[in-house]
Design a protein around this ligand. Structure first.
Ligand code: 5AD
Ligand code: SF4
Length: 511
């Protein structure tokens, strides 16, 4: 994309601190979240590149300098951080795990709920004295919040300790953005409001060598009425199958044991291919043949969860029998105004199909309580659905209005007190059902991928079962990174304690 095309596509690129009239600045070059505009987005312009290179003039830019990235939000953001760490490292920077000796601090932000955003503004406040002490240090804000006009405006107006703001579509521009920030006294803002191309060969510094994240698609076209993601992450763009398969093969060859396939709505994988009839089921069917012990995916939208995918998942092997399937609400009326495009009955039908094909499946979910005007009866329907499905875990949230989304315009007559009470009631059920699901494990032997020391006790090792249950046990540190058999001695609400038996034989063969 050349400079002119970028400007046409809504690119914001400016050293903006000198601008006094911020509103004018935004009106002319920034497109705020708009359902109407976002829905108009076409499919034609996605191009795939595998020619990413650090420009020669930037090589060595980081020599003698350290970077620190604080990540908020989902696994997609964690993975973006790995890419940015890869770019920093290619530029010669070293990583550090404290802001105190960092020469560049990046906050990779999340916009999904208001409290996620408040944490970032709080952190920017904490960083101010450090910036005053060390004016040469660079502070950057990137990730989903940077894609919001109101956030960019607020930072420009009140957080002059920030040196650069860049969005989710232009991570690969990090070298240029850093360069500009070093050269300029003014805040560097580079946010592309339109999604970019798919760039395949960005460097990555992965977190650990046991589990790896692999993006399979970017963006979301579902436009649930409460959700900011379709605006901050742009339209759905799928990576080509051969690129994903190659990356997973390489990770397997490098000894990784578990892959988490990532996308905001992985079930829409492949819908955007014009030349290929290839969907998530086909991809999973190809990936299961790779010699890697565990493959998971997140996150699913029930609407696109098709029969072929269920059929492939039922083949088992390295495709694990745990599915995270966000339902959001148990009331068809609320689902309708959330624009989830399925009813309670349709969700239950899908669960029925999945359970029939994969009898031992573990299902987990996401739920929002206190959506505008949610009645007691509608909330009760969520509780009853939770029991009926038999979920084993849920991420639960109070609805948080996000500026620019359709739900933010809905008038709400439910008090925060009632919303909080509902969340508590739901969480109580979630805890009870988790404890119930844990009980039968007592006395059984499970396979655990050992990740390292337990967070609470360094003398104990911890890892996860195929169904993603946390297991703590004592064993030699040499088994970290291996899949081991553990006999469960105690079942708690959110974890299992057990006795180490030994390394799983097939795993030894595989690695
Ligand atoms: N308010 C509360 N929760 C939200 N989520 C997404 N948007 C909002 C919002 N505006 C939740 C959904 C989603 C999860 C990632 O975050 O449950 O599945
Ligand atoms: Fe947001 Fe998920 Fe709905 Fe997409 S499918 S709009 S990411 S909640």
């Amino acid at each position: 994309m050349n400079e002119e095309q970028r400007l046409q596509s809504g690119l914001v690129k400016s050293t903006a601190a000198a601008e006094k009239d911020y509103s004018k600045y935004f009106e002319t070059v920034y497109t705020p979240p708009s359902l109407k505009n976002a829905k108009k987005r076409g499919k034609e312009e996605i191009a795939y590149h595998d020619d990413f290179q650090i420009e020669e003039r930037f090589l060595g830019m980081g020599n003698g300098r350290k970077f620190y990235i604080r990540t908020y939000g989902c696994q997609m953001n964690e993975h973006d951080t790995e890419v940015m760490a890869g770019i920093f490292t290619s530029l010669g920077y070293e990583s550090t795990n404290t802001v105190d000796d960092a020469d560049v601090v990046l906050l990779n932000t999340c916009a999904i709920r208001e409290n996620a955003e408040n944490k970032v503004f709080g952190e920017l406040g904490h960083l101010k004295p450090l910036k005053l002490e060390r004016p040469d240090m660079l502070i950057g804000v990137c990730g989903c919040m940077s894609q919001e006009e109101s956030v960019v405006k607020k930072i420009l107006q009140t957080y002059d300790q920030v040196d650069m703001i860049f969005g989710t579509h232009n991570i690969h521009r990090l070298p240029n953005i850093l360069h500009e920030a070093y050269m300029s006294k003014e805040m560097v803002v580079e946010v592309w409001s339109k999604e970019g191309d798919i760039i395949e060969n960005l460097p990555k510094v992965r977190h650990g060598n046991i589990k790896a994240w692999v993006n399979i698609m970017y963006g979301c076209d579902k436009f649930c009425t409460y959700c900011i993601v379709p605006y901050t992450r742009g339209k759905e763009r799928s990576r080509r199958p051969q690129d994903i398969i190659q990356e997973v093969r390489q990770l397997a060859a490098n000894g990784y044991k578990e892959i988490m396939l990532l996308g905001q709505n992985v079930n829409a994988y492949g819908k955007d291919f014009e030349d290929l009839d290839y969907r998530l089921g086909d991809l999973m069917d190809d990936l299961r043949k790779i010699n890697i012990p565990r493959i998971r995916f997140t996150t699913s939208h029930p609407r696109d969860f098709d029969d072929h995918l269920i059929e492939v998942l039922a083949k088992g092997g390295n495709l694990l029998d745990h599915i995270h399937l966000p339902v959001q609400s148990g009331s068809s009326d609320i689902l309708k105004i959330m624009a989830r495009k399925y009813s309670r009955e349709q969700y239950l039908q899908l669960v029925g199909k999945i359970k029939k094909a994969i009898p031992n499946v573990t299902l987990t979910t996401d739920i929002i309580v206190g959506f505008p005007n949610e009645t007691d009866e509608q909330f009760e329907e969520t509780l009853s659905l939770y029991k009926e499905v038999g979920f084993e875990m849920a991420y639960t949230y109070i609805y948080s209005p996000r500026e620019g989304t359709p739900a933010a315009k809905m008038v709400d007559n439910i008090s925060m007190e009632v919303k909080k009470e509902r969340l508590q009631r739901l969480n109580k059920l979630v805890n009870e059902m988790s404890a119930e699901a844990m009980k039968p494990y007592k006395g059984t032997v499970v396979k655990v991928l050992v990740e390292g020391e337990s967070k609470r006790n360094p003398e104990v090792l911890a890892g996860y079962t195929e169904k993603n249950k946390l297991v703590n046990f004592r064993a030699p540190r040499s088994v970290i990174g291996e899949i081991v058999n553990v006999k469960i001695t105690e079942a708690k609400t959110w974890s299992l304690d057990g006795e180490f038996i030994g390394v799983v034989e097939e795993d030894k063969v595989m690695s």
